[in-house]
Design a protein around this ligand. Structure first.
Ligand code: HEC
Ligand code: HEC
Length: 222
């Protein structure tokens, strides 16, 4: 009898099951006031980067950390924000932060937001050789001029680069491989009117640059 009561009590404690992967917390925190969680959300909410493909774009661990300790990725503001050209930044105060537990729940939810039909498996997962990485660094910085608009790390590990695009300083810990490849090949599938030039890269070049971007990580020996 005692065992039965204890079992019933434990069951009671575990009920309801943890509500991961639902949008209630995101609603409660007001995230949809600024971010789009579905491509059907109204464009006036487009004052912050879209999250309806967050599950393709971000590494979950990075999301959980960012939501606890947000920091600035776009020093010049979010260029797609309708307020941007008018000098009205979407964030008038620091980005909302949440507790560890909440951040993990939200990251679980965001990880499920995916677009169908993205290309996968185009990028070699083997580490780049030193010489190939050095060549790709030249392509990234000089041939294509990516650092004109993006911050990255120089040889001594210091941040260097333009700020009109999002920082790529910690891209290797932040972004998913297949997403970067898809972004480089066809950014329009994510953002109809973005401000990044379309480079028209062939698959091999896009895959190689993706591999290079993944090596840009804070605290690596660059
Ligand atoms: C007042 C508007 C506002 C609210 C509310 C808001 N955000 Fe943001 N969020 C922004 C802006 C603006 C950025 C871009 C910051 C930057 O790049 O420096 C951002 C960036 C992000 C990023 C990084 C996106 C990327 O592509 O780099 C994530 C993830 C994120 N927010 C999630 C959330 C979540 C989850 C909530 C609710 C808990 C939330 N935000 C609430 C405005 C907002
Ligand atoms: C003229 C400025 C400019 C140049 C040059 C540029 N970008 Fe971008 N990039 C942007 C902007 C702005 C965005 C944000 C989305 C948008 O508005 O299109 C972006 C977004 C990105 C993203 C997604 C980052 C995120 O967190 O959302 C990656 C990855 C990226 N660029 C890589 C590159 C690479 C690789 C090159 C060189 C081949 C490059 N960019 C050249 C402006 C630029």
């Amino acid at each position: 009898m005692k065992i039965l009561i204890v079992t019933a009590f434990c069951f009671f404690l575990a009920w309801p099951p943890p509500a991961y992967a639902d949008s209630s917390l995101v609603q409660e925190k007001g995230c949809p006031d600024c971010h789009r969680f579905s491509s059907a959300d109204p464009a006036e909410k487009h004052k912050a980067p879209d999250l309806f493909y967050a599950g393709d774009k971000f590494k979950k661990q990075w999301l959980a950390e960012f939501l606890q300790h947000p920091y600035t990725l776009r020093k010049a503001g979010y260029t797609v924000d309708p307020g941007f050209p008018l000098g009205e930044p979407a964030l008038k105060a620091p980005h909302v932060s949440v507790s560890k537990e909440e951040a993990e729940k939200i990251a679980d939810y965001l990880a499920e937001l995916k677009l169908p039909g993205l290309e996968t498996g185009k990028v070699d997962s083997n580490p780049l050789s030193k010489s190939l990485r050095a060549r790709l660094k030249i392509d990234f910085e000089r041939t294509y001029g990516c650092t004109a608009c993006h911050e990255a790390l120089n040889l001594t590990g210091n941040v260097r680069g333009g700020v009109s695009g999002p920082s790529l300083v910690n891209a290797g810990n932040r972004l998913q491989t297949d997403w970067i490849f898809n972004w480089l090949k066809s950014p329009k599938q994510f953002l109809e009117r973005g401000r990044m030039p379309i480079f028209d890269l062939d698959d091999d070049t896009a895959a190689a640059i993706t591999q290079y971007i993944l090596t840009i990580q804070q605290k690596n020996e660059n």
